[in-house]
Design a protein around this ligand. Structure first.
Ligand SMILES: *Cc1c(COP(=O)(O)O)cnc(C)c1O
Length: 495
């Protein structure tokens, strides 16, 4: 198995090469030259395995050059009981007769990003080892809240790595800010930036292309890398849980072997739903992939019309981790839909940079629409869905998951397609206490860590352990900078 770039398929990389480099030099994303297919009996075999074993099985299809023992060691550490609060790792909960919720937030930071970011440090450092790279990698992250915390938990105290996170000063929830300010570990740093997420993100991108900084760091035997979802090492671990969800439904007798399911995913950067697409391509009987967006509905329009147009207002919503207008991972899907036409992908991406939009051809659009459906919600619908889920099912969900549940309901009403559906639930409701409390009708709300206890008291649902600990943790990082000063923070951090 070798990897190519979406913008140049003549570039061939080993899995270790693709993971340690992260992004291809000409700006393309790495992906397997051809996708592995599961053997006919694989789902029967996988059904009997636990999550760690399933992870090893699925990831080994993509990672030639890694031994099974190596991957088993990574999976045991990344998904073990010290990290996840349930042995199932990603439990599937039945909501009603044909709706299931894949709870992806039982990890150390209570968001689905843990599934990838607990694994990435092992994949990255092992890849560097295989390439005989002895430098220190400094991971720079711009985060709208969940990625930064999950990346720090994954990389804390990992040898040969350091991690520095920038988040928008007034753009994350109170619980998210507390999670980052209290981060432990010898190799971590956190700083907030005056401005919004785009300011932090642009600042980080500028640092990546800063030649002078690169040279200075090289003098200290250090190079910069990224932990965001353009790295193949983040997409791959996410494929596992879609395979796993199908196996769990088989095992509990909810479906029979071969029965189709639909999957509905709340989407921002298109990473999570792309992983579901790869699971489908591998042979998991997924019929439709339903892409759910909030008011930043650039993907809904794209999937309906074939035109991607980022020239539109940006909204700050109660589902901030999906407030995004450039969905980087869509590039990987375009590569697949175009039949591996790297020139075409490069041209669409150039148009996106130059004028902020592109339109795919008819044939690609038809293929896209055979697999994907899409919908979006406004703020009122998101909150109403949380309230309804709580009243009807006594099930507490977060704002991102609510977007997906609502879009699934819309989809079913519009199409009459009642195939059993799995909704990806991407965060614990306790990460977004204020919005969740409001949605279930609590008008007088506390502030800071007290919100956690309030949500727990009102609902009787216990606060997840990693968040309950926040109350007593010491604030380690309280600094903020103007975005022009971010380079100075990186230099200071690597001194
Ligand atoms: C990151 C995130 C998303 C969006 O995931 P993508 O892979 O960017 O589509 C959705 N929900 C939550 C809670 C997240 O943290």
């Amino acid at each position: 198995m070798y990897y190519v770039s979406t913008r140049n398929k003549l570039l061939n990389f080993t899995p270790a090469g693709a993971i340690s480099q992260g992004l291809s030099r000409e700006g393309g994303l790495f992906l397997p030259a051809s996708l592995p297919k599961l053997p006919a009996s694989a789902l029967e075999t996988l059904k009997e395995m636990n999550y760690q074993q399933r992870a090893v099985y699925v990831m080994s299809q993509y990672l030639t050059g890694f031994t099974t023992a190596e991957l088993a060691n990574f999976a045991a550490k990344a998904y073990g009981p010290e990290k996840f609060d349930t042995d199932e790792v990603v439990p599937v909960r039945k909501v009603d007769d044909n709706t299931y919720c894949l709870e992806l937030w039982h990890g150390p930071t209570c968001a689905f990003k843990d599934l990838a970011l607990q694994m990435l440090p092992y994949l990255l450092t092992a890849s560097m080892g295989k390439n005989h790279d002895e430098r220190t990698v400094c991971i720079l992250v711009a985060t709208s809240g969940d990625t930064g915390k999950a990346a720090m938990e994954g990389f804390r105290d990992v040898d040969q790595t350091r991690i520095l996170v920038f988040y928008p000063k007034d753009g994350v929830s109170e619980v998210q800010a507390l999670q980052m300010k209290t981060q432990e570990g010898k190799n971590v740093g956190v700083c907030s930036v005056v401005g919004n997420f785009d300011d932090a993100q642009t600042g980080v991108k500028t640092l990546f292309s800063d030649e002078k900084l690169r040279e200075e760091l090289a003098g200290r035997n250090t190079f910069l890398s990224s932990a965001n979802s353009i790295n193949w090492g983040r997409v791959l671990p996410q494929i596992v849980y879609y395979v796993s969800a199908y196996c769990d439904l088989l095992k509990s007798g909810e479906i029979n072997m071969g029965d189709p399911i639909n999957v509905c995913v709340p989407t921002g950067n298109f990473g999570n739903i792309l992983a579901a697409y790869y699971a489908r391509e591998m042979g998991v009987p997924i019929a439709r992939l339903i892409c759910a967006s909030n008011s930043n509905n650039v993907l809904t329009d794209f999937l309906k019309t074939g035109t991607y147009d980022r020239n539109r207002p940006f909204y700050n919503t109660v589902s901030p981790s999906m407030d995004i207008l450039i969905s980087s991972n869509l590039e990987r899907l375009l590569y697949a839909l175009s039949g591996g036409n790297d020139k075409k992908v490069a041209s669409y991406m150039a148009q996106l940079t130059q004028k902020g939009s592109y339109t795919i051809d008819e044939k690609m659009l038809r293929q896209l629409q055979q697999v994907f459906a899409a919908g979006c919600t406004d703020e009122a619908q998101t909150k109403a869905t949380i309230g309804k889920m709580w009243q009807e099912h006594h099930y507490l969900i977060d704002t991102h998951s609510a977007v997906a549940f609502h879009v699934l309901e819309q989809y079913r009403a519009e199409t009459g397609d009642n195939t059993p559906a799995v909704v990806a639930s991407t965060a614990s409701p306790f990460k977004f206490c204020d919005a969740v409390l409001e949605a279930i009708g609590v008008e007088e709300r506390e502030q800071g860590a007290a919100l956690l206890d309030q949500l727990s008291a009102v609902t009787g649902v216990p606060v997840p352990r990693p968040l309950a600990g926040l109350r007593d943790k010491e604030i380690r990082f309280d600094g903020w900078v103007e975005k022009e000063a971010m380079g100075g923070v990186v230099r200071g951090f690597n001194r």
